[in-house]
Ligand binder design. Sequence first.
Ligand code: GDP
Ligand code: MN
Length: 397
Amino acid sequence: MNLHEYQGKEILASFGVRIQRGIVAQNPEEAVAAAKQLTEETGTGWHVIKAQVHAGGRGKGGGVKLAKNLKEVEEIAGNIIGMDLVTPQTSKEGKRVHQVLVAEDVYYPGDSETSEFYMSVLLDRSKGKNMIMYSTEGGMDIEEVADKTPHLIFHEEIDPATGLLPFQARRIAFNLGLSGTAFKEMTKFVTALYKAYEASDSSLFEINPVLKTSDDKIMAVDAKVSIDDNALYRHKDYEAMRDLREEDPIEVEAKEAGLNFVNLDGNVGCMVNGAGLAMATMDLIKMAGGEPANFLDVGGTADAKRVEIAFRMILKDPNVKAILVNIFGGIVRCDRVAQGIVDAYKNMGDSIKVPIIVRLQGTNADIAKELIDNSGLAVQSAIEFKEAADKVQEVLK
Ligand code: GDP
Ligand code: MN
């Protein structure tokens, strides 16, 4: 689950990570009130107004602006709230901005003593370890840094059994070229950051930039936080931070129906039981010259109701030219699934306009094939994998 910057910062702060202070606002009036409050609390006269959407690169897209007085706070907030923010990480339609973060300005003009670093904490699955990735080149595209100057990106592997060791935190501060107070502040920052990552069951923290101020404070100016969905049951307070407006509506609906659905941009919809089979089926579609339009795992209970919801979900995508159903009947018998498909198809009447190829293999596969072939519906059945692939290819022609 991805969070907004302001929510990510809230979590960081709760673990003692220093952050650029800010208050979220839903409209220009709230933004002005937030700015006044920040001025009282921090003494800042200038504020940055930051669009809160689940996408990076907001600065480049015009979603981060400096306001030098309350009038500008009001104006800028008014311009940003309601806009469709286009960044290198959004679609070309952009993302609608519903709220802004009004933050204290922590950059002082003409100040050569400030530096922007990059830092992320993530899981390295291949090594079975956590990793802190960091760089002296913060603030800008880390992808570009990785591309052009890879030697400026450092990695620190952390064994989850020991956690981050003090010498590792010091090595990070050293590699970032810090000394004195800033060095100490950085080791504190990294230690708190790692603790926050672990305790919040996050799968990703990306802090870009981490700022060193001219008075040697180290703070998170931005925060991209992803919480591991599988751990949300033990973080009810984080779960409440979910902003459904930021998520794909089809995927939200799928989740409510208990389906594992990921929207993709191909032309062949697929409905499969089991994640492994889903991956194999996507390969099959590619081999047949198509591109998968989605990943959809209907799970163990492919009854008529779920099959119908799954069909509806796939059909919402106008790019879908064919649907491939690939079900292995182990615990759930193929004939029951076939009946589910036939019932769903009948229920949906005319709304299915694309060819459907059904491959059922496993318990009672023969009966299932018969059921489909005799249903009088425009559904083609197959038992062998290859047969199904050929039929997809035919249909795409
Ligand atoms: P992103 O573009 O979505 O990654 O959003 P960031 O939160 O990283 O902000 C983008 C850029 O805005 C940063 O790289 C900074 O250069 C700038 N910025 C952020 N906070 C401040 C601030 O307090 N003062 C000034 N002057 N610039 C800021
Ligand atoms: Mn950033």
